[in-house]
Design a protein around this ligand. Sequence first.
Ligand SMILES: NC(=O)C1=CN([C@@H]2O[C@H](COP(=O)(O)OP(=O)(O)OC[C@H]3O[C@@H](n4cnc5c(N)ncnc54)[C@H](O)[C@@H]3O)[C@@H](O)[C@H]2O)C=CC1
Ligand SMILES: O=C([O-])CC(=O)C(=O)O
Length: 332
Amino acid sequence: MEEGCSLNRANCRSKGGSAGFKVAILGAAGGIGQPLALLMKMNPLVSVLHLYDVVNTPGVTADISHMDTGAVVRGFLGQQQLEDALIGMDLVIIPAGVPRKPGMTRDDLFNINAGIVKTLCEGIAKCCPQAIVNIISNPVNSTVPIAAEVFKKAGTFDPKRLLGVTMLDVVRANTFVAEVLGLDPREVDVPVVGGHAGVTILPLLSQVKPPSSFTQKEIDYLTDRIQNGGTEVVEAKAGSGSATLSMAYAAVKFADACLRGMRGDAGVIQCAFVASQVTELPFFASKLRLGRTGVEEIYPLGPLNDYERSGLEKAKKELAASIHKGISFVRK
Ligand SMILES: NC(=O)C1=CN([C@@H]2O[C@H](COP(=O)(O)OP(=O)(O)OC[C@H]3O[C@@H](n4cnc5c(N)ncnc54)[C@H](O)[C@@H]3O)[C@@H](O)[C@H]2O)C=CC1
Ligand SMILES: O=C([O-])CC(=O)C(=O)O
């Protein structure tokens, strides 16, 4: 008999019960899902962590559950366990779906990931319609509109509770701008608005904090690097996937902001891709304030320079098509 087994698990006093939020990760066994699960298990605001995937969740769950942090971890495998994974959740994070390979755009993932996100959101509408939902699966510019349509169909849509995760664009922008300025990235804050693909990723370098000026060469370099940061990683990984570790970091930074808002903390501000009236488009990423009910305030874009205004026009053109594609997928 294996050492330690003399104390039958069923005889152990039940653990957990600490106050906190219930969080589900859908796609928890994947490249993003695993480090995301690890980091969420370390988050003191989480009391229960549900790990759902169509493969490998028993192993990931057993592994993560041995960490001596507060959250109780439970695993769920396959479509027949989706509803159990979702019941009672406060926050659902979705990194389920296929990643890019070199030469692909995020939109090339639409055919597979649209259906995955649709099915998962149908489960959310049924089992935890009050949950805040963080969508990571690409193409975010289309999967967020898909989620909104599913929730509208089910009569559960609340625009304050549906957020497309664009945090990695901000994380990258902070890193690259800090490098140019010779600052610590933790001191730098770059608003990134628009969407999450190529030219739709619009860093507002005129609004960087601390206030900074850049040469035109620096602006061109930074804008290009921020817009193509995802492709930089896809090419470096040479066929084995896209950003997973920096994405898990960004997803946790964003989820933690959502949880702090839900707890009632003041002044929790992040960028995300949400239903919005900041432009004429129905969805747009911009700075917003997170609170008890999700998105409590969406901030206007603020003054843009000519370079940013022209970038905004390009971004809106591509975004409009991606949003339309997502909406049509559910309405067809
Ligand atoms: N929003 C963002 O900034 C970013 C988004 N992504 C996107 O995140 C997604 C996931 O990327 P990775 O984790 O690298 O991919 P991966 O292939 O390593 O993991 C995806 C996981 O989803 C699971 N899955 C597939 N169908 C599912 C279903 N119906 N229900 C539940 N789980 C399902 C797979 O079994 C797998 O474990 C991709 O679409 C990728 O493009 C990636 C990086 C950044
Ligand atoms: O580029 C990709 O396919 C993954 C992604 O969204 C990112 O890294 O920003």
